[in-house]
Each structure stands twice: as C-alpha cells, then as structure tokens.
Design a protein around this ligand. Structure first.
Ligand code: DGL
Length: 264
C-alpha cells in the first residue's frame, strides 16, 4: 500500500513523534499536519478537540487518501480517539495505549507517574488505561503546561526550566516513580533535565518511540507496507509556515524541505 501514513498534532510538538516514526519506518511516506491556526489543544474542551480532530481526519482521508492515522497529539489522543475509531475504517493509532503497553512490560512498575497538558490529565485517559492494565500500581498524574512553552523556546538547559521542572515534579520526589510517561509531544525535548531531576531509577516513557513500535507492527502484520518508489515526507500547516519551520527543526531533528499552508 503506497499511500502515506497521516500524522497530526496541534502544531510543532508532533514532530517528535514523526521523528521516531521516520526512524523506525524509513520506507514509509508520511503526511504531517500541524493545526497551527488553532494551537494550543491542551487547554480546550473535549467537544472542541473532538471536532478539530474529526475535521483533520476528514481532510487527510478524503483529500490525501492516507492509509493510517497517527494522532501524535497526546491531548487529542486522550480526548478524541474513541470518536475517531468509531467513525473511520482505517487504523487510528493514539499515544496512550502504546505508552501503557511499554510500562506494563517493565520489570519494575509499582509506581507510575504521568505528566501532560491540563486537558490530557483532566481526561483521565492515561490513569484509566494504567489502572486497567496494572490494578495494583500507585499512579500519580500531574499537568505541566509551562513545559510546552519552554520546549518551544528551546530553553532546555536554562535555570528557569530546571526551576519549573522542580516545581511541577516535586510531588514525585517523595517516592520517585519506576516509570514516568511523558504524555505530551513536547516533553521528549526536555528529557535531559527531567531525568536529571528524578534520577536514573525512573524510566522515561516517550510516546513517540512507543507509538512508532506499534505502527511498525501494524504496518507489517496488516500487509500495509509501502512497496514501490521513493518515500516522501510532506508537511502541512493551517497557519503561517514560518514559525512552524523555524521552531520545528529542533523537534524533528532536521530541516524541513518545504511546508505548505492549507485550509481544512
Ligand atoms: N501537542 C499537545 C499535546 O501533546 C501539546 C501542545 C498543545 O497544547 O497543543 O498534548
């Protein structure tokens, strides 16, 4: 199947997921859509995020014929995934289940932490999935909204970033968790200072890495592998491409060839 895999996020953050997808599946074509006209998603209601997600899925399926949809945004994964799966026939992969599956496979998983946007934490999606899979685990979930702006500024090593991480993650220090799910597209950029704060005893679970594993298995097992021609990666945004291109480089780990502005 030579159609691209569609990937969407509210903006640049999902490029951390695309980076892992491209690394794991170098033979596949990807079509990335950043909904930069309506970012952020992390502060919006379930109804709004579900409506946005359906509009984007409709656009990627009807206009571009994607063969699979990856919901790279953790907020959209937490709030809109059931609706998307109910509506569309193509496989829809979110961020929550792949992370929970990884945690469940760890040798130590008695205490689990989850950090994400306010919308992700408020939805309870990670907590419910973890409780279903690991009923005896102690689970602590914390919203860390300011980390999104710090990651976009590229302030990885700044004292202010360490101070914000210390403030948000202080509740985890009494008993550092066995695993911390980085339940937001932006947090992999801040892995270094987060790991330093919690210490090496905590495994950081990156949603992009885990989703890439799941997509890889799905593509192989369902006979969806791309077979002919050179794979391509295209970038679409719903607002001015300039900011996306400049900030996105650090998230993607490379330059983007071109970014097109589209109307959904
Ligand atoms: N992409 C969002 C997420 O992973 C973070 C940015 C936003 O709030 O839109 O939840």
């Amino acid at each position: 199947m030579d159609q691209p895999i569609g990937v969407f996020d509210s903006g640049v953050g999902g490029l951390t997921v695309l980076r892992e997808l491209s690394r794991t599946l170098p033979g596949e074509s990807f079509l990335y859509l950043g909904d930069t006209a309506r970012v952020p998603y992390g502060t919006k209601s379930k109804e709004t995020i579900t409506r946005y997600s359906i509009e984007i899925a409709n656009y990627l399926i009807t206009r571009h014929g994607i063969k699979m949809l990856v919901v790279a945004c953790n907020t959209a994964s937490s709030l809109a995934l059931p609706s998307l799966r109910m509506i569309y026939k193509i496989p829809v992969v979110g961020m929550v289940d792949p992370c929970v599956r990884r945690v469940a496979s760890l040798p130590r998983r008695d205490a689990i932490g989850v950090i994400g946007t306010s919308g992700t934490i408020r939805s309870g999606a990670y907590e419910q999935a973890l409780r279903a899979s690991l009923p005896a685990a102690r689970i602590l979930c914390r919203p860390c909204p300011l980390l999104v702006s710090l990651a976009e500024e590229g302030w990885v090593e700044k004292p202010v970033t360490r101070a914000v991480i210390a403030e948000y993650l202080a509740p985890f220090l009494a008993a550092p968790p066995d695993a911390l799910i980085l339940g937001c597209t932006h947090y992999p950029v801040l892995k270094g200072p987060i790991q330093e704060f919690l210490g090496d005893g905590t495994v950081l679970v990156d949603s992009g890495e885990e989703a890439a594993r799941v997509v890889d298995t799905l593509v192989s097992e369902s006979g969806m592998k791309r077979e002919k021609g050179t794979p391509e990666v295209r970038f679409l945004v719903t607002d001015d491409p300039e900011h996306f291109e400049r900030v996105g480089e650090a998230f993607l780990g490379r330059k983007m060839e071109s970014v097109e502005r589209v109307t959904l």
